[in-house]
Design a binder for this molecule. Structure first.
Ligand code: BGC
Length: 425
């Protein structure tokens, strides 16, 4: 039976600037990728050249049938040195936004997706008390210039990701056969990272580089700084452009338990989601990101069950997690939800088609019960730079041959587009 989605539902895909644009030379990641002894399997280089090819890529999305595009603006391009705003880069993103408008694609813009300007790290990065004000100043500048073209802003991508990274590192140290990281972490290399701090610090010109980059374990205080940055940015964005809707995105699992693991699962939910509710109550929407489930036993998270299908990330293939996450988010935070990321890394695209179908069944059920889910942005539009794991993990609806930068739409891309065209599953 055909299941219709509400009129205006956003069907789209997500990217992040550093993962697709290429040559993001002023960012912290660029330095970390290129330093001797780097934790990265390979540098991002020209990535998938989206900085140059964005017009073709957005036109392609429209032809596929999609009507939403979540992408990020790169802080290191807009403000390459502290207080120096680059007008040429503002024009670049204005053109990206105008291209979306031309193709009737609604943009959802992320202001910070993991990568930061190198100067921010020199100033103490995401552990510095001055960072919320610096971030708000950057957001205010962008929104003053471009806000009329931006209906939705996500301030910070996966503001809670450091908690997941911390747990993964702990499991890695204990050599537990636990599920892999959700995001591309090169855990073996990270464990040896200490040795390279001096080289990194020298490259940054900062005395004690450690947890100051965004994608790293961090202190309790550092976590507060991130949410403070969200709130200060929200105020600044609203002042600059009251019509723009503001939210944040969090990385969330479907927390499940077997007998004896109930308290552990409840604690994970508290740590990774519920504790942040006070910061999110005044947001206009919530950006929900889910990839799999996390099952807890009495001693903590359990390995992926024997025989269960795994993705290239080592995670369990579990599209039903999305529905469960939508439900618990709505239960404690009654604001509209946009699914800003959901997907799998695989070379078997038939598994991606099935994943999309199963995930969207759950989303439809939630909407039918009255939960205001406004859109579904699949991760990712294209195969891209999966952080420390380089280009080895393929999440895309579109394949990219990096030697020629030639794009080929995968059957899953055509499939999601066909659902979008009929606004139904
Ligand atoms: C991040 C993306 C990443 C994806 C897949 C999310 O945690 O926002 O940047 O590529 O997961 O690992």
């Amino acid at each position: 039976m055909t299941k219709q989605f509400p009129e205006g539902f956003l069907w789209g895909a997500s990217t992040a600037a550093h993962q697709v644009e290429g040559n993001n030379t002023k960012s912290d990641f660029w330095l970390m990728e290129n330093v001797e002894g780097s934790m990265f399997k390979e540098p991002s280089g020209s990535a998938v050249d989206h900085y140059r090819l964005y017009k073709e890529d957005i036109a392609q999305m429209a032809k596929m049938g999609l009507n939403g595009y979540r992408f990020s603006i790169e802080w290191a391009r807009i403000e390459p040195e502290e207080g120096h705003f680059d007008a040429v880069e503002i024009e670049h993103y204005r053109n990206v936004l105008l291209t979306c408008r031309q193709w009737n694609i609604t943009p959802i813009v992320t202001m910070h997706h993991f990568s930061s300007p190198q100067w921010l790290i020199r100033e103490g990065g995401w552990e510095s008390a001055g960072t919320p004000a610096r971030f708000a100043r950057y957001c205010a500048h962008v929104i003053r210039e471009l806000g009329d073209l931006i209906p939705y802003v996500c301030t910070i991508n996966e503001a809670n990701i450091s908690l997941g990274i911390k747990k993964i590192m702990k499991r890695h140290q204990a050599q537990a056969a636990a599920p892999g990281a959700q995001v591309g972490m090169n855990t073996d290399r990270m464990a040896q990272m200490q040795k390279h701090y001096d080289k990194l610090s020298k490259a940054f010109g900062s005395p004690a580089l450690g947890v100051q980059a965004f994608l790293a374990p961090r202190s309790e205080n550092g976590l507060q700084i991130i949410f403070k940055a969200h709130m200060e940015a929200r105020t600044a964005i609203r002042q600059a452009c009251p019509q723009t809707k503001v939210g944040i995105t969090l990385s969330l699992y479907d927390y499940q338990s077997v007998a004896g693991g109930e308290a552990q699962a409840a604690q994970a939910l508290q740590e990774e989601f519920l504790q942040f509710l006070p910061y999110l109550q005044n947001d206009d929407f919530f950006g929900l990101q889910n990839y799999t489930r996390a099952v807890y036993g009495a001693d903590g998270i359990l390995p992926v069950p024997e025989g269960a299908e795994k993705t290239q990330m080592g995670n369990e293939y579990y599209p039903e997690g999305l529905e469960a996450v939508v439900r618990y988010v709505w239960k404690s935070l009654e604001i509209p939800i946009i699914i800003t990321e959901n997907g799998i890394a695989t070379d078997d695209d038939t598994r991606r088609v099935a994943y999309i179908d199963r995930a969207l069944q759950g989303v439809h059920d939630c909407i039918a019960e009255g939960i205001p889910v406004k859109g579904y942005m699949h991760w990712s539009l294209m195969d891209n730079f999966e952080w420390q794991l380089g280009f080895s993990r393929r999440f895309g609806l579109i394949a990219v041959e990096r030697t020629t930068q030639e794009r080929t739409i995968k059957p899953s891309g055509l499939h999601l587009g066909s659902l979008a065209k009929k606004n139904a599953i």
